[in-house]
Design a protein around this ligand. Structure first.
Ligand code: AMP
Ligand code: ZN
Ligand code: FE
Ligand code: FE
Length: 293
């Protein structure tokens, strides 16, 4: 019988994780997971490799992506796109634009670090990344290795977090555009880790979810490493209220987030049922004859 546990939120070396797509799948097997989604930031460059490894290993697989959309500070709005098609020109256009946004931001962060007396170069950051998506956790890992900070967390607190001295924002997609691009790529848009919206109260959270519904929201991430019991309850209630899919994942990044293991979100395992429902919804919307009326 298939293991009752899964993980629908993971990052590989295609973005800012430290395990290759194949190694993420191998860890899924070791951690007794029966299904996995790879959701790298701004790219699907890892999904073909992960899909191949998952097939060999007998792990069910969903191709995914995670996109950071425009949202007022101090919150962040991340959208997961599940079931996106790797041969979609729309998707390639979108990822190219997002990576360009990073490439405009990253040298500014490095220049600011240099100004602050931290010797680091774009070449080092590029060498730290195995793919085209250069993210802050890789830069943080370099600062740890060079002894400027004691941990990745320390690197964010001192330099890289939103509001810290070497932080610069990157150009993002408006939420409507991100949703449209995911839908046009054959994917289902899901609100990632609603806790990170940093909403002030439940009414504000409800309003945001309603706005996203108008844009085509299909689901809400319920289990996540940032979600305590209260956030799990809130997210579940929202999903039920608006008939949305419930998803869950660890947000695994390998050693770039040392305290997160694949398949576990704040000490909780993620039930297989969430994969089954998501996979069914992806299948239903990719078959026009069975499309929702
Ligand atoms: P980037 O894509 O370069 O904007 O970096 C985003 C990555 O940095 C994601 O994996 C975030 O979870 C991580 N991140 C953002 N803020 C922090 C923070 N304060 N501490 C640790 N990781 C963070
Ligand atoms: Zn990340
Ligand atoms: Fe995220
Ligand atoms: Fe993530």
């Amino acid at each position: 019988m298939a293991s009752p546990w899964i993980d629908l939120h993971s990052h590989s070396t295609a973005s800012d994780g430290t395990l290759t797509p194949t190694q993420v799948v191998e860890l899924a097997v070791r951690n007794n997971l029966s299904a996995l989604a790879l959701t790298d930031h701004d790219t699907i460059a890892g999904v073909a490799e992960a899909a191949g490894a998952a097939k060999k290993a007998g792990v069910d697989f969903i191709p995914g992506i995670e996109i950071s959309a425009e949202f007022p500070a101090p919150g962040t709005l991340h959208i997961l796109g599940y079931g996106v098609s790797s041969d979609s020109p729309v998707l390639h256009e979108m990822t190219a634009k997002l990576i360009e946004g990073r490439n405009n931001r990253n040298p500014r962060m490095v220049a600011k670090l240099n100004e602050l007396g931290v010797a680091v170069t774009m070449e080092e950051w590029e060498a730290e990344s195995k793919g085209d998506v250069l993210g802050r956790p890789q830069l943080a890992a370099i600062l740890v290795r060079k002894g400027y900070v004691s941990s990745i967390k320390d690197a964010f607190n001192k330099y890289l977090a939103q509001g810290a001295p070497a932080y610069f924002d990157k150009e993002r997609l408006a939420p409507a555009k991100a949703f449209e691009m995911i839908r046009r790529s054959g994917g289902l848009p899901v609100l990632a880790h609603p806790a990170q919206l940093r909403t002030e109260n439940d009414a504000q959270l409800d309003r945001i979810v309603k706005d996203l519904l108008d844009l085509g929201l299909a689901g809400i991430e319920v289990f996540h490493s940032d979600h305590d019991d209260a956030w799990i309850a809130k997210s579940t209630a929202l999903a039920k209220r608006y008939s949305l899919l419930q998803t869950g994942g660890s947000d695994f990044h390998g050693s770039n987030k040392k305290d997160i293991d694949l398949g576990t979100a704040r000490g909780k395992r993620i039930p297989r049922e969430l994969y089954d429902k998501l996979a069914a919804a992806i299948a239903a919307q990719s078959q026009p004859s069975k499309a929702r009326v």
